[in-house]
Ligand binder design. Structure first.
Ligand SMILES: [Zn+2]
Length: 353
């Protein structure tokens, strides 16, 4: 570990070392979960998992088209093959939890693995939702945003999950696959009004960050990278426009800017940059340093039909230089690996390093 990295991590009071970096993204609050009862969905209606802060990024809004009790019964029926984490009653906001957040409920095809589903009671002919329902919906979202570091922005485009680090989205706008090519075909969540929700959401800072830990970002101008957050802090380096970095600390406020601690791997710079000149990349930037999370085939082209040049073992590191390409249901990135091999690999086994 070099001095710059130590200074960077110390700036926000974190302990030095890997644990310090992790701690910044796992400040799970002791917030109380606003639920009234626990009625587990049938175990055949969801996927058991062990998701944590880094795996849960989106909150999906639904409406039941049927009664509160009916929805609860249906999720407990092994014939349903659907479920949601929460069901909220319209009359008073009474809430039943049915699937643990760590498990994957089946509520939005193609978008379940990194999301939480909330069902809101709506029956045919019902005139919108009550204030009580919106208040409880907001309380659940506040709880999830704080616990899982989810931004409280409401998105209405199926491309949002490929451009934003997380947020709130209606079922009808959830993408059906990991590269956001189309949205789920449904009228859900019906008359649910994002503006009304916004009135009741707390302004806690748990989830309204622009970036998240380990996110790949690049500079949109030649940008001074500084030892500490603040315009008076010494300049460590001036990063050329397009420099690829990884978020390792922040956000911090100073001198009217929001600051992010970044690691620019290629230049070996650990420093703070101001947010207005940083932009998130779609999964990776060209220049992002990545690591394989499993034994990974490296192919001559971005398709399962292209020749396997090599298989890099789990934990191999390299630099992304091209992509993304979408083919065969996968997103592909071209990586120049440290072991000398290079080629196209699927995104599913790549993470920023
Ligand atoms: Zn729905």
């Amino acid at each position: 570990m070099d001095v710059n990295r130590r200074q960077l991590l110390k700036a926000a009071g974190l302990s030095v070392g890997a644990g310090g970096v992790v701690a910044a993204s796992t400040t799970a609050a002791a917030a109380e979960e606003p639920v009234d009862q626990w009625r587990p969905a049938d175990s055949s209606n969801y996927s058991a998992s062990n998701r944590g802060v880094n795996d849960i990024n989106w909150i999906v809004i639904h409406y039941t088209v049927g009664s509160y009790g009916g929805a609860i019964n249906w999720f407990q029926n092994p014939d349903a093959n659907v479920s949601a984490h929460y069901v909220v009653r319209n009359s008073d906001g009474h809430t039943t939890k049915m699937v643990d957040e760590s498990d994957v409920a089946w509520h939005a095809a193609g978008f379940n693995s990194n999301s939480i589903g909330i069902e809101h009671e709506w029956v045919e002919g019902q005139d919108g939702f009550t204030d009580a329902l919106y208040q409880r919906s907001a309380a659940i979202i506040d709880y999830l945003a704080e616990t899982y570091d989810i931004p409280k922005n409401y998105y209405t485009s199926h491309t949002a999950p490929c451009n934003a680090s997380g947020g709130i989205i209606g079922h009808m706008h959830t993408p059906t696959d990991s590269y956001c090519s189309s949205s789920n075909s449904t009228s859900c969540p019906g008359p649910y009004d994002p503006d009304k929700l916004q009135q009741y959401l707390g302004d806690g800072d748990g989830g309204d960050s622009t970036f998240e830990m380990d996110q790949a970002v690049h500079t949109t101008a030649d940008l001074n990278a500084r030892e500490q957050p603040g315009t008076d802090s010494p300049i460590v380096a001036t990063m050329p426009e397009g420099s690829a970095g990884r978020v390792v600390n922040g956000p911090e406020s100073a001198d009217g800017y929001t600051w992010w601690g970044l690691h620019f791997h290629a230049e070996n710079v650990w420093a703070w940059c101001a947010e207005p000149w940083l932009e998130a990349c779609p999964t990776f930037c060209h220049g992002t340093y990545v690591e394989s999370t499993g034994d990974l085939n490296v192919r001559s082209g971005p398709s399962v039909n292209d020749t396997v040049r090599s298989t890099v073992p789990e934990g191999t590191r390299g630099v992304v230089t091209q992509g993304p390409q979408n083919a065969d249901g996968y997103q592909w990135w071209y990586v120049e690996w440290n072991d000398g091999s290079e080629g196209w690999s699927v995104v599913d086994y790549l993470q920023t390093a």
